[in-house]
Design a protein around this ligand. Structure first.
Ligand SMILES: Nc1ncnc2c1ncn2[C@@H]1O[C@H](COP(=O)(O)OP(=O)(O)OP(=O)(O)O)[C@@H](O)[C@H]1O
Ligand SMILES: [Mg+2]
Length: 210
């Protein structure tokens, strides 16, 4: 635990303690009132029970206060990621994503409309129904701006058609298009030359495995 985090907890604990103590006082008052009404209306009175109720009511605020201050530390225990750690971004994280110029475009801040970029270690997955803008909203803008190597699996050929030329500013662009969907010149490999190469045996095994 870092010092600043510890400091935050030390400030949070007394605030929670006071809040819980107030709740404890309310509960005590409710308990005493209920007991009083039972005595008054029902005429029931048992010395030992009254004593017990008074002791509980007296200590309840203290118990709540201690519980509250301890909970400040307990809620900060990191949640296990065994079953996944996915969650919504916090406001602070969104602000960080909207101010950086690095990383892949992942969307817009719904409040400020600023572009959000992510350059962290996590993998990204965009899921949305068909024809809802995955291409125009995420894939194409990233292909137009990402100054990094990209392997783009593009069965419709639209990304090659739209971004192929533009990506040449970042380096060589190779289009492998055996079905001819892009209308662009496709790379190919020379099988006779390949068959003679040392890699052929390895490739054969890969094909077999595939
Ligand atoms: N923000 C937008 N403004 C205007 N038109 C849009 C917008 N988003 C999507 N469209 C239109 O919707 C069509 C589908 O968008 P896009 O190809 O990005 O969807 P997709 O989610 O990639 O679909 P698919 O699952 O079929 O690949 C586009 O051709 C475009 O005309
Ligand atoms: Mg698409």
């Amino acid at each position: 635990m870092t010092f600043s985090r510890f400091l935050k907890l030390v400030i949070k604990a007394p605030v929670l303690a006071v809040g819980c103590a107030i709740v404890g006082v309310l509960f005590s008052a409710l308990l005493l009132l209920t007991t009083f009404l039972i005595h008054l209306i029902g005429g029931l009175e048992h010395g030992q029970i009254s004593q017990l109720v008074q002791v509980i009511a007296k200590h309840l605020p203290l118990v709540f206060a201690v519980g509250g201050s301890l909970s400040a530390f307990m809620t900060d225990v990191p949640i296990s990621s065994v079953f996944g750690s996915a969650r919504w971004a916090t406001g602070r994280e969104l602000q960080k994503l909207s101010t950086t110029d690095d990383g892949l475009l992942i969307g817009r801040d719904p409040e400020t409309d600023a572009l959000l970029r992510y350059d962290g270690p996590a993998h990204l997955l965009t899921m949305a129904p068909t024809r809802t803008g995955k291409g125009v909203g995420v894939i194409i803008p990233n292909l137009l701006t990402a100054e990094r190597s990209v392997i783009c699996v593009d069965p419709k050929g639209e990304n090659a058609r739209i971004n192929g030329r533009a990506r040449e500013q970042f380096g060589p662009v190779h289009i492998l298009d055996p079905s001819g969907v892009t209308g662009e010149h496709s790379l190919s490999f020379q099988s006779p030359r390949y068959a003679r190469s040392r890699r052929a045996r390895y490739g054969g095994r890969c094909q077999y495995a595939g």
